[in-house]
Design a protein around this ligand. Structure first.
Ligand code: C2E
Ligand code: SIN
Ligand code: SIN
Ligand code: FE
Ligand code: FE
Length: 532
């Protein structure tokens, strides 16, 4: 090995290091070059882990069994007493010109199997921070002369810079991904009323950014003090979905009661179904994180992980932040569903009140039982054909039920008169739509239901009352007018007997384009033909 050759290798390696490859790809190239150029048995780069262990980052030859067989640490423990551990701890290279040395006793028998005679370990350092060590093994004693050592001190400096840059870059990308994920959850919370969409975004973030293999969300039922299943991904068992876990019971229940993140291994899992699942699906670790919003427990998120991984503080912080986000979403969904059910309760109360009122109005009018119910049903049916739906349809219903409420303002002697009305009486009778309007407009929630009570006696040709509108009558009132006359004619009135259906139908048709909107009459006839 000439100095020239070493310098040449260094040059090649330097080029590799600055190429835009991933850190792994670059350091793999470094390891390969070291082994090939110097005719070494093995090169591996160990990464310093927070828990005191050293993990194999790359090695060459890639299939060499030695790195996988040995245990190496960098802390003060026995396994940290070898060259690698010392290189990392003391930030200086360690050379063993003969591995038959007491400080190598833990690894010697394994190393001898592969023909190692000498070894060297160079710390990988940048800006005073140690990332790991580059380890070399030669098949000769006293292999590592001063030139080689000098060259590798330089190598490891360059690798150190590469490590620092890559780590910095990876951390930046990782943080960016995490921020983006949180932003996505925020956006989905703001823009989606569908909690399932939010769950999906959350689970994607957990799977992709926390290296989680399965997730489940259990929500807290305050009434029973239990956690029950809401949503999951990656768990192949349905029993799970029916399960209820008491607060304080098992690991998930404990995390909920104590309001803190708990981590257990497969062996430590005390909940039988989860233990079985973890065994069956090869999940090694389990994390459970309580969902809390404004001091209230909302549930827990469970994370299952196949590989045993030692997560850093940043990982836990992200786990907490992510769970915090989903807690807000769950709380929003809870509030929304409370508002929705309160609104539904209120609407039901309105419905019932309006129906009762409508029933009372029919009684006073001496109309055939169920007049208002019948006209309402038929009006809604026609309105649906005109694609009126949702809230608008509800207001049509309410308007139809209350259409003649203004008759409350008409004295009995006129309303119940058995014969034709005098012109004075008729003037009074014609006021009932406006009376109705005056009554209902005092009730705010009935304002959108006013069209029918006010306009149900307007006519297509503009000859109706109270306004004599032409071309401006709302559709709901045009529909209702047909139905009201149909039902009035086919039923007995104090002032005349009931007409036959045929006669009433003929009358409606004859009034198409005069009293009634022809389009409405068309639909009305279609419905009647199907019915009769
Ligand atoms: P109502 O009895 O509910 O009738 C609603 C509408 O059906 C009437 O609105 C009218 O367009 C139609 N209609 C009802 N009966 C007849 C009928 O015998 N012939 C014809 N061609 N159409 C009929 P209208 O006319 O604006 O009346 C509004 C309300 O005034 C009626 O509601 C009823 O309460 C009252 N009314 C109308 N005519 C008389 C009457 O001769 N005697 C009495 N006592 N009340 C009447
Ligand atoms: C060590 O150096 O810590 C032992 C492993 C090795 O270098 O072979
Ligand atoms: C009213 O004010 O009478 C109701 C709406 C309208 O037709 O102007
Ligand atoms: Fe009327
Ligand atoms: Fe009526």
């Amino acid at each position: 090995m000439t100095a020239n050759k070493i310098l040449n290798s260094l040059y090649k390696v330097t080029k590799q290091v600055i190429k835009g490859l991933t850190l792994k790809e670059r350091t793999e190239a470094v390891a390969k070059l070291c082994v090939e150029e110097l005719n070494l048995k093995l090169c591996w780069i160990g990464k310093k882990q927070k828990d005191g262990s050293v993990s194999v980052f790359v090695q060459y030859p890639p299939e060499h069994p030695y790195p996988g067989k040995i245990k190496v640490r960098w802390d003060e423990s026995e396994y940290g007493s070898g060259p690698t551990g010392k290189a990392i701890r003391f930030k200086t290279y360690q050379v063993l010109q003969d591995i038959e040395s007491p400080q190598y006793k833990l690894w010697l028998s394994t190393a001898k199997k592969y023909g190692f005679k000498s070894s060297a370990s160079f710390p990988i350092i940048a800006d005073g921070e140690v990332f790991g060590a580059l380890n070399l093994y030669a098949n000769k004693k006293n292999f590592f002369n001063s030139k080689i050592i000098e060259a590798f001190v330089s190598f490891s400096e360059i690798i150190g810079i590469a490590f620092r840059n890559a780590l910095f870059f990876e951390q930046s990308i990782d943080r960016l991904n995490k921020i983006t994920a949180l932003r996505n959850i925020d956006l989905s919370i703001i823009s989606s009323f569908d909690i399932r969409v939010i769950y999906d975004v959350f689970i994607n973030a957990a799977v992709n950014l926390l290296n989680i293999d399965a997730v489940s969300i259990l929500v807290f039922d305050e009434a029973t003090q239990e956690l029950y299943f809401k949503v999951q991904r990656g768990l192949l068992n349905d029993e799970f979905k029916k399960q209820r876990i008491k607060i304080g019971q098992f690991i998930p229940g404990k995390a909920a009661r104590e309001r803190k993140i708990l981590k257990v291994s497969q062996q430590e899992m005390d909940e039988p179904l989860r233990k079985m699942l973890m065994q069956m699906q090869g999940f090694e670790d389990y994390y459970v994180c309580p969902m809390i919003s404004k001091g209230r427990l909302l549930g827990v998120v469970e994370f299952f992980q196949r590989k045993k991984l030692n997560h850093d503080e940043e990982w836990f912080n992200f786990l907490e932040t992510l769970t915090g986000q989903i807690s807000i979403a769950v709380e929003n969904a809870n509030i929304l569903s409370e508002i929705q059910s309160a609104k539904e309760d209120l609407l039901l109360a309105y419905d019932q009140t309006i129906e009762a009122l409508s029933f009372a109005l029919d009684l006073r009018d001496k109309e055939t039982e169920g007049h208002s119910q019948r006209v309402t049903e038929l009006t809604v049916k026609i309105a649906e054909k005109f694609r009126i739906k949702g809230e608008k349809l509800r207001y049509v219903r309410w308007g139809a039920l209350l259409h003649d409420i203004g008759k409350l303002g008409i004295p009995d002697n006129i309303l119940l008169k058995p014969g034709p009305l005098s012109s004075g009486e008729w003037e009074i009778m014609k006021k009932h739509p406006e009376y109705g309007y005056n009554m209902l407009s005092r009730v705010e929630y009935l304002l959108p239901a006013l069209e029918i009570p006010l306009y149900h006696h307007e006519k297509w040709d503009g000859s109706g009352y109270p306004r004599g509108l032409k071309g401006k009558v709302p559709l709901s009132a045009r529909i209702f007018a047909v139905v009201d006359v149909w039902d009035a004619l086919t039923n007995e009135r104090p002032y005349r007997p009931a007409w036959s259906k045929e006669r009433a139908l003929q009358y409606i048709v004859s009034q198409s384009g005069i009293h009634f909107d022809p389009e409405v009459v068309k639909i009305f006839l279609e419905i009647m033909q199907n019915k009769i």
